[in-house]
Each structure stands twice: as C-alpha cells, then as structure tokens.
Design a protein around this ligand. Structure first.
Ligand code: WTA
Length: 686
C-alpha cells in the first residue's frame, strides 16, 4: 500500500463537492427533555452511571474487554488492541472465535426451545414461521454441510448473497460464518447489475439467491436478477460458477425464469442429502473477516466495508444488550432490511448473540394497510421495536390512529438512519410507544459496525430531534474545515469525528486500503507517521452540532452521498447510470427535501447537441438508473436542461441546482460562466 509520508496539516474543505446535505439541512429548535419511563429503568440491563467512568478515554483500550467477554472464545485473545499499523487497527488479537457458535450453538443448553427467528410472510393469509434455536442449529448445519461438501467452500472464500427478507437469509449468513466463509449480502431491491458489480469486486464464485418473494402485494420474480448478475459479471470477466436458489415455497419453483443447466442449483432439492449432518464451527482468528457490506461513497464505485469476526461481534452484542436493552426473554423486531448494515448488526448478529427472538418481516410496513406492523407486534408480543424515520413518517401519514387499536406494549424503541423531526419523534413516542417506551435515536454508519451516538436508555433523558452523546467508549469530537476542534457544546456546525478506535469499526475497504486511509483517516490525521491512535481521528463524513448538554444533532452528509429513506446512495453512482444513456452528455444529482423519505434525488441532465428534450428520453434515463442500481435510486424528476450552471473552470455548480430543486434562493450566480442559464433551469424545474 502506498502511504503519504509528508506531514499533513488538515486540508480545507474538499472542493469536489458543491453542495452538501448539511448545507440544506432542516433545522428545528431545541426541545425539552423527556425522561425514560421508570418501569423501563427498573428492568434495564445498563442502569449503572459508573459506566461512563469505566469507559473514559483514559481507560482505552482495556475497557473494551467487557465487550469481548460477552462472547464465547475458543482461545482467549492476548492483545486487546494492536495499533502497530495505523489506521489498520486490530482487536482481540490472538483470539479464536466463531460467530455462528456464538449466535446459535451456545444457546442450546438453556434456550433450545426458544424461538430464534419469527418469520412473518407479507401475505397475511400465510402463517408465521417460528424457528427455535434447535431448529436453526439443525438447518444451519445442514446448509453449511451443503456449502462445504457440494460447493467446496472453505474459510476465507467470499460468497455473494442476493436474498430477500426471509428466514433463509440469516440462516445462510450463519452457515457461512460457521465455515469462516465471508458473506456479502446485497440488498434484494438492488438490480442484477448492482449485484454483479459486488460479485466481481468480492470475487465470489457463488451467488446465493431466492426464486421469488412478496413485496407490496406482489410475488416478485427475483431469480431473473441472478441471471442478469451472472451475465454482467461474465461481461466484466468474472465467472459465477454456481447459483444456489432457495425456493420461497419449498418444493415449488416460483419464478417464471428457467434454471440454467450446470450452473443453477435448487437448495431445497439438494438439502435432503445433507439431512442430519453436523459441521463443527471453524475456530477463526478474531481478526478474520466476517462479512463485506458494500456502501456508497464519494466515487461511483461502491466500496466493500470489511468487518471482523471478534471485534464486530463483540461490539454489536454489547450495544444490543445495553443500548437496545435486549434480554433473552424479549421479542425484538427491527424493521430494517438485512441487506443493510442495520439488519446485519441488529436483526441477525446482535440479537441472536443474546439469545433473543428476532422478527424477520418479508414485506413493506404499510401492506395491506398501516395497521400491519401493530398487528404483527400484537400477535408476536414484540416488546422492542426498531425502525427508521422514513417508515415512521409513512405509518404516521397512512394511519395516524392505528397503533391505539392494537394491544401490544413496547418497552423500547429505536430510530436510525436519518435525522428525525421532533413532530415525528413525538408521534412515535405518544402513539406508537403509547408513552411507555423509551426511545433511542442512534447515529452510526455501515463503516462503524454499530451505534456511535445515542442516549443510554436508562441513564439519559431523551431529547426529540437529537441523537445523544457518544455511547460508552465512543468519544466524538467536532472539527471545523481547518482542522480546529470546536469547543464542547459550542452549538456550531462542523465535521463529526471519533477520537478513538473501537472494536466494531470496519477493518478496511475490500481490496482498496488506500481509499480506506484517504477517506476516513487522512483528513484530520495529525501525523501520518504516528503509531499513536490519538493522532488518527475517524472522519465520519457527516455534519453535526453539539449542544451544551453534550448531545449531538446530525445534520447530514458533507460528501456527495444522498440519504434516501435512510439508504445511502452516491450521487456519482446515479450520474454514471444516467450517462450510460447515449443521449446524455452531462448529469448532476442533487438531494431534495422530502416529507416522507427525508431526501430524494433530482437528476439534471444535458443532452447531446441537436437532441430535443422529450418525456421518452427522461423515461429512458430513469430506467437506466433503476437497472444499474435499483428502484430505490429512481430520481424524483429527470430535468432536461439546455446547459448546466458552471464555474469558469467548467465545474457543474450543484449548489445552484440544489437550491432550485429545494425552492431556495440560489444566491449570487454572477460569477458563473453562464449565469443566464439559471433562469431557464428555474422555469424548467419549477
Ligand atoms: C445518516 C445506517 C441522523 C448519517 C446505520 C450517516 C443518521 C448515514 C442517523 C449512514 C441518525 C444514520 N440521525 N442521521 N440517527 N443514523 N444517519 O451507512 O448521514 O446506511 O452518515 O448506516 O446515515 O448510513 P448507513
């Protein structure tokens, strides 16, 4: 890896970005505190205020021993934290561990008859499936045997999963983890092409998928995406040797797309051969990768965040126990998709490591109506609930009075993924939580493995609209663009960073360690030669303010990432998809504030000279975005403009476009090379 060895003062704000979400962030006034309900405090896992002292910065890194001690180790580690090659931190070095053993086998002695996974199909006519820990153990073993014996997988191999929200998804992840195989689950809503990019980058020889799944009242053909993925991967020079297909209805092929002889294997046909087989979990080095999770960044190419087994599992287990307040007897429902980091950490690994019952719901929250989540909660007696502001806004819009009709009772609720407006927070608290549930607003990222900022639910008061301080062990700091630290509680906006490493942090970007250093650690590194972790704050890429009480409020991304309905999309990814349409010469994406989804993309394009704008071209561009990335990236509008507003050096001024889309004043445009175009764009976008 090449390293920049020159001393580096922090650079002024990078100029590759003309507009940031933070700049157009919606601000709301400070709210009054809300105290956690006393019945919650009485039963909470973490109610000892001494915790903050135990995790003070001067106790780093040995304080994190408490995290790893929640797990079973084949061999205890000898070094808690190794900083010898910054910023490639290593945790619990020398330890041997298996994630599947920790999430399944170790619970059999006391919890084998307990439900591990409640699978709730989207059609309400279909029965909920309750998978006990014993049953999960049996099925994970059989599938692990299939992966090992039939597919020849071994520790360190990568496998791409493109699976919907079904019980077979956690089962597949755990079977991989049992073998030390690195899984890379791609969100099922992503296109076959997006899946192919991730297959190629991770060099997976095997793709695991499902034939079909239910979404918004339809049984979608999912298998066709596997064919596209294999084809696109082959075009990029990478062969997918086998496609393993789970059947949504075992014994029946639910996709109109035929099987490809010699490549496609139906899991449900093969499994009987492995009935009753057991596969010993492979004792893996704590530092070996558990999975890759691709996410959007500042360039067009999604990056594979590599998470470790020991550090990651310790981190999600501790935070599930103490921030989610999961006890083994709880029924916990996180409504995220397992295809995102939230689902990996807080549907699968964290809750199962604690022997909780975790709900996996196949469909969309408001199908067939906005009472659905509350019926599920009532039927399964869910007492911990976790979702995103986008889902809360949609449920509030479609069924503001629905929760009161159902007899569930939450003790704890989480919000994650985007800032939540106080009015929405209050509906969540009063209507969904019925005034009895504590709320945590958790700020973190794919790269982080688990929560960074949140209130500790029994120890802090809640403040609607603010995430909270760093969780125990996490010490945030806000820097200004020049690298100066803003005073604690200054109330000024800056770039939020974390002073110290933590075990849940990703280890690197798969096959791109330089980018890992450049993007997350270079910006505020005090000395690139230093081996002292104190010189290497982690740069999150979010704008934030800290109030006098120490609570952080996250303003949004400062790079060219748009957070749509809590999902990260790179503006460059969308622009590249638009540029694949031959008629397009230039494309620029800007975030637009949206009442439900937080932000949505507007796509501005300029066409080749001589081409007349038409609705058909717009549709073609939109379709290209959907096929390259997926429906979640579909632009709100494709606006065909005669020319982009540009600086004299020819750079597209996205700030001006963002102002127009958000009906704000674009400010002084006189320094543009083509100021006259602004009025024309305004009339087209108006
Ligand atoms: C944003 C999701 C405000 C933030 C776990 C971050 C939030 C990005 C919050 C990461 C929150 C996440 N309040 N903003 N509570 N949580 N974000 O990688 O901009 O999908 O950088 O991880 O979501 O999104 P990602």
């Amino acid at each position: 890896m090449s390293k920049d060895t020159s001393p580096r003062p922090a650079k002024p704000k990078q100029t590759s970005v003309d507009v940031s979400e933070a700049q157009i962030a919606v601000h709301w006034p400070e709210e009054d505190y809300v105290s956690p309900p006393s019945p919650f405090i009485a039963q909470a896992n973490l109610a000892d205020p001494g915790i903050f002292q135990r995790f003070a910065l001067d106790k780093f890194p040995e304080s994190y021993k408490e995290f790893a001690d929640l797990l079973d180790w084949y061999k205890y580690w000898d070094t808690t934290f190794d900083a010898s090659n910054p910023p490639f931190w290593r945790w619990f070095v020398g330890g041997r561990i298996n994630a599947c053993h920790n999430c399944v086998d170790r619970h059999l002695a006391r919890h084998k008859n307990k439900t591990a996974i409640h699978f709730v199909p989207e059609p309400e006519s279909e029965a909920v499936q309750h998978l006990t820990y014993q049953e999960l153990f049996v099925r994970v073993n059989e599938f692990a045997a299939l992966l090992r014996e039939h597919c020849g997988l071994k520790a360190g191999d990568r496998v791409t999963l493109h699976m919907p929200m079904v019980a077979e998804l956690p089962l597949t992840m755990l079977a991989c983890a049992r073998l030390g195989v690195i899984h890379s689950q791609v969100f099922s809503g992503f296109s076959g092409k997006a899946c192919a990019d991730r297959i190629v980058d991770s060099e997976s020889r095997l793709l695991i998928t499902m034939d079909a799944y239910h979404r918004a009242g339809k049984l979608l053909d999912h298998k066709e995406k596997a064919d596209t993925a294999a084809l696109e991967a082959a075009n990029a020079g990478h062969a997918v040797e086998k496609v393993l297909i789970w059947q949504r209805y075992p014994g029946k092929h639910s996709s109109p797309t035929p099987l490809v002889q010699g490549r496609d294997l139906v899991v449900n046909d093969l499994l009987p051969k492995f009935r009753g087989q057991r596969v010993e979990p492979v004792p893996m080095p704590a530092e070996a990768p558990l999975f890759l999770m691709y996410t959007s960044g500042t360039t067009g190419k999604p990056k594979g965040c590599q998470h470790s087994i020991g550090g990651y599992l310790a981190y999600v287990t501790w935070t599930s126990k103490n921030i989610q307040d999961i006890h083994p007897e709880d029924v916990y429902w996180c409504m995220a998709d397992i295809g995102w980091i939230t689902g990996h950490s807080y549907i699968v690994y964290g809750p199962l490591a604690l022997a909780a019952s975790s709900v996996v719901y196949e469909g969309v929250p408001n199908h067939p109506d906005a009472g659905r989540p509350w019926r599920i909660a009532e039927a399964l007696d869910v007492n911990i609930f976790h979702t995103s502001p986008t889902a809360i806004r949609a449920l509030r819009r479609d069924g503001p009075d629905e929760p009161a009709k159902y007899h569930y009772r939450f003790k704890h609720m989480t919000t994650v993924g985007e800032p939540i407006e106080p009015a929405v927070w209050k509906w969540y608290y009063n209507m969904v939580g019925k005034g009895q549930a504590v709320i945590v607003d958790t700020w973190w990222q794919t790269e982080n493995g688990g929560f960074l900022c949140s209130t500790v639910p029994a120890l802090h008061k809640m403040k609607p609209g603010s995430a909270g301080p760093g969780i125990p062990g996490i010490h945030p700091v806000i820097y200004d663009d020049e690298g100066k630290e803003l005073a604690m509680g200054s109330g000024k906006a800056g770039n939020i960073c974390i002073r110290n490493p933590w075990p849940g942090a990703f280890q690197t970007i798969w096959k791109d360690p330089d980018r890992y250093v450049r993007q997350y650690y270079k910006r505020y590194c005090r000395d690139p030669k230093s081996r002292d972790w104190r010189d290497w704050p982690y740069f999150a890429g979010d704008g934030a303010v800290q109030a006098a009480d120490g609570y952080y409020r996250i303003l949004g991304r400062i790079d060219d990432v748009i957070n749509v309905a809590g999902h990260r999309l790179g503006t460059k990814e969308i622009e590249s998809a638009a540029l694949l349409v031959a008629d397009v010469v230039e494309a620029a994406v800007v975030p637009v504030a949206d009442e439900i989804k937080g932000k949505v993309p507007d796509l501005y394009v300029a066409l080749k000279p001589g081409l007349a704008p038409s609705a058909a071209i717009g549709d073609k561009i939109s379709a290209s975005v959907v096929s390259e990335i997926g429906a979640i990236a579909r632009p709100r509008r494709v606006i065909i403009v005669p020319d982009m507003p540009k600086t004299r050096s020819g750079k597209i001024m996205r700030r001006v476009l963002a102002a127009i889309s958000n009906r704000q004043d674009p400010g002084d445009v006189s320094t543009l090379a083509n100021p006259e175009v602004v009025e024309k764009i305004k009339s087209l976008a108006g």
